[in-house]
Design a protein around this ligand. Structure first.
Ligand SMILES: Nc1ncnc2c1ncn2[C@@H]1O[C@H](COP(=O)(O)OP(=O)(O)OP(=O)(O)O)[C@@H](O)[C@H]1O
Ligand SMILES: [Mg+2]
Length: 351
């Protein structure tokens, strides 16, 4: 059966809102109700100023469309909604002309937050994999001459009789080993994940307890877990390490007093990179410390990037590599007083 126009309107994902020439809402489709988070019954008869509060320029644009009968399209507009909500939309304003007169305006609003997020995450993943490729190449170039250097020093050591001279070759060997282990750590774990079914909260609790042991009394480590998250398929030790690095960073950041929060949620139909997952576990690690140093935010996942005098700058690079091996994503938002790391982990039972 071919759907009627009304049925098509009802099933659009684009919100359609019709305002009369006095900018009073007269009609809307179900997508419009979803956008406003109110039933038609509740919002029909409301003035546009109330539905898009504090957005003077937008209201002016609607008025202008009524006055001049000119249509208008705006892309990636930040729409202000009741209850201090905001969302990104593509927006088209079409004057409704009957005879010579503008009778009202029709508004088409399509959500683009989802697309924007997918684009951002894709960019992030591709940046992360470029960085890893670069590192792998560099590590290879370092490790080969390094083993030559080490071998030569060992041969030399056998030839040397004086013990004080041997001390020098020992230093060469020890430093070559140190460099090698640094490069290995930069590359992250090279074993493949050992996947098994497990509970994410158990892993988070392990990390929390470990960090808690040397935490100054002024730091509070709190949790807000969503108990409805089902078991997921992952490598416990790897995810433990990934989370631990981030919680340790948070502990360093807050210093002597502050709050660190571990929060979990579940989200549905989430696309990471090119893959769409039915269920994704979301882990937030939030602290109220001073925030990531200015200008460093887009580099913190690169190895050797550190804002701490005694940091090696490897923690986050390793976390990232562990999470990507699980098909997940890690990102960070930070401003003074609020730093949030987000880990997305596909639940793994739908791939
Ligand atoms: N929660 C946070 N708040 C503020 N800055 C942070 C936070 N987490 C990370 N950073 C910044 O990012 C940098 C990189 O972190 P990363 O864990 O990769 O290295 P590190 O902590 O310096 O050294 P390590 O290898 O010992 O972990 C940190 O040095 C710090 O400047
Ligand atoms: Mg660290």
């Amino acid at each position: 059966m071919v759907p009627t126009e009304a049925e098509i309107l009802d099933n659009l994902t684009t919100a359609i809102l019709y305002f009369d020439s006095g900018l009073i809402l007269r009609r809307l489709n179900p997508a419009g109700e979803m956008l406003l988070e109110h039933s038609a019954q509740n919002v029909i008869g409301s003035p546009a100023e109330l539905l898009f509060p504090g957005d003077e320029t937008f209201i002016d644009a609607l008025r202008e469309a009524v006055a001049t009968a000119h249509p208008l399209t705006e892309r990636e507009k930040l729409l202000h909604l009741p209850g201090h909500r905001q969302t990104n939309v593509d927006c088209t304003i079409t004057p409704w002309i009957i005879g010579e007169q503008v009778d009202g305006v029709m508004l088409e609003l399509s959500h683009i937050d989802r697309q924007l997020r997918i684009t951002r995450e894709k960019r992030l993943l591709s940046q992360q994999s470029t960085a890893r490729e670069l590192l792998r190449g560099l590590a290879h170039e370092i490790k080969n001459p390094l083993s030559g250097l080490r071998g030569a020093a060992q041969l030399l050591e056998r030839e040397l009789i004086a013990d004080d001279l041997r001390e020098y070759t020992r230093i060469i060997v020890a430093e070559a080993d140190r460099l090698r282990s640094l490069v290995d750590r930069m590359l992250g774990p090279n074993s493949r994940p050992r996947m098994g079914l497990g509970n994410i909260h158990e892993v988070l609790e392990r990390a929390r307890q470990l960090v808690n042991v040397d935490l100054p009394p002024g730091i509070e480590l709190t949790t807000d877990y969503d108990p409805s998250i089902p078991e997921l398929t992952f490598d416990r030790d790897m995810i433990f390490q990934a989370v631990l690095n981030i919680v340790q960073n948070a502990a360093h950041a807050v210093g002597d007093s502050g709050e660190i929060l571990l929060r979990t949620r579940i989200t549905r139909n989430h696309t990471i990179g090119n893959e769409r997952h039915r269920l994704v576990a979301v882990i937030h690690i939030v602290d109220d410390g001073p925030g990531v140093p200015e200008g460093m935010l887009d580099r913190i996942f690169y190895p050797m990037v550190s804002g701490r005098p005694d940091g090696t700058g490897l923690g986050l690079a390793i976390s990232q590599s562990l999470i990507t091996q699980h098909g997940g994503l890690i990102e960070c938002q930070s401003r003074p007083g609020h730093t949030q790391f987000t880990i997305l982990l596909p639940l793994g039972n739908d791939t």
